[in-house]
Design a protein around this ligand. Sequence first.
Ligand SMILES: [Zn+2]
Length: 249
Amino acid sequence: MSEIEQLRGRVARACRVLARLDLTKAAAGHVSARIPGSKNILIRARGPGELGVRYTEEDQIVEVGLDGNLSRKNDAGLNSPIEVFIHTEIYRTRPEVHAVIHIHPPTVVLFTVCKKPLLPLYGAFDPASLQLVLDGIPTYDRSILIDSPQLGQDVARAMGGARVCLMRGHGITAAAPSIEEAALAAIGINEVATMNYHAQLLGDPMPISREDQEHFRGLERAPVSKDGGPPSGRPGALWRYYCAYTDAG
Ligand SMILES: [Zn+2]
């Protein structure tokens, strides 16, 4: 299997995992990855016969340039998604990013529309997702479709160097050195939001102590993957778990 075919398979698998975890529904959402040695990216396409993100197969992944246009026409009528500019403008401004994910997870979106911040409620329960909160999660404040390079730049600017950005009344964008790490960040922020949501229902959620927040802030992070390759170690194992759990291949 060629390198680009493998990459296509990883993009499609990440789509299936995220949608089977109910982090997005129907056709809303896309995963993309940089093609090594090229200025182009691979991204989940929109097309006439599509069933939705959870049913994404390799042949629904198209190659597009950083202008958002298909690098070549296809017979299946596939096209780049309207919000391709979220991806292209992040790739333009962040060379360390090899993968971008945009999805609409309902529980996370609730926290963009209510005056409830995502609090650092737990520690050893799930240190990696806690660290997303401790690192700070920016919000892009508009709720419109990101259908132009200008709006894509606005999202990239709001996101800065963060791994996850909330989009008010819309969804999230995650960016990372690999597809799998971006997907784990998306799963992680959903975990944070789910715990915050249930804690708010139960009442009086309490952030962990400052001392414990400092402990987790200083905890050694998993090494990031190189050149867009799949992560090893803890993130690699966690990704294998989610692939098996969702039967995503
Ligand atoms: Zn969207």
